[in-house]
Design a protein around this ligand. Sequence first.
Ligand SMILES: Cc1cc2nc3c(=O)[nH]c(=O)nc-3n(C[C@H](O)[C@H](O)[C@H](O)COP(=O)(O)OP(=O)(O)OC[C@H]3O[C@@H](n4cnc5c(N)ncnc54)[C@H](O)[C@@H]3O)c2cc1C
Length: 237
Amino acid sequence: MAPPLIETTVVGTYPLAPRVQQLVLRADDHTFSHEPGQHVNVRMEADGSPVYRPYSPVSGPGTETLVLAVKRYDNGTCSVWLHERSVGDPVPLMPPSGNLQLRDPTRDALFLATGTGLTPMLSMLTPYLRAEGGHATLLYGERTQADLMYRAMLDRLAATYPSLSVTYVLSGEAWDGPTGHVQDHLAPALDRLDAPHAYACGVPEMVVDTNTALQDAGVPADHILTEGWEEGAVADD
Ligand SMILES: Cc1cc2nc3c(=O)[nH]c(=O)nc-3n(C[C@H](O)[C@H](O)[C@H](O)COP(=O)(O)OP(=O)(O)OC[C@H]3O[C@@H](n4cnc5c(N)ncnc54)[C@H](O)[C@@H]3O)c2cc1C
């Protein structure tokens, strides 16, 4: 039997980047208990049939609120539907699941993300930093500065926690920071870390390349946790 839906209501929306909308959802009589890094499945109806799509919350567990960051694909089903939700609209969810989870917050960590692959990294970063056990580097790739989500928050976290280093890598704009692909900037990040766990999420090509490069650099396969979902062709629109 399918698990019961979690009924939520939109209580806030906010544009994070040209095609990315933040949605704040509040559940009735439900406290979210996901492991940071896990996703929920949004349920909607299209042409009279149920449609389910996974989204990784930006927010952590322990409250009735869940925060999603959703990129709109113009010919997409659920992403367009979510972008059209307003305050007061219902958004039913399936309970959280998924293998991408923060493992050991006391050891060094390398977080790599492109695009909305940043979302599970954000939910893992907060408990990681609170544990104050190790050093972490976040490599976050986008096309342009305008596409960077949560930059002010990430800069504030890096200023607050000396154990956190954040590097933005742009693939579609010349600037005074790193350019190219995030996986091309692994070596200096690994040099700063001691036997880290590595978490990678975003464009499948990045996830595959990163996995190979990390193992070539000596990171054991079972210390690498990945999830891929964004197509480069669309991210490069
Ligand atoms: C574990 C997991 C977590 C995810 N978390 C997030 C998240 O936090 N935020 C977020 O925005 N998305 C996330 N996604 C992606 C999300 O689940 C949907 O795939 C995405 O929103 C598109 O769904 P759709 O119904 O709008 O498009 P669909 O109706 O499924 O597809 C229609 C068309 O949209 C385009 N399209 C659809 N999906 C993609 C894609 N991934 N890349 C490029 N083009 C695509 C294609 O042209 C496709 O033909 C996650 C995916 C996974 C597997």
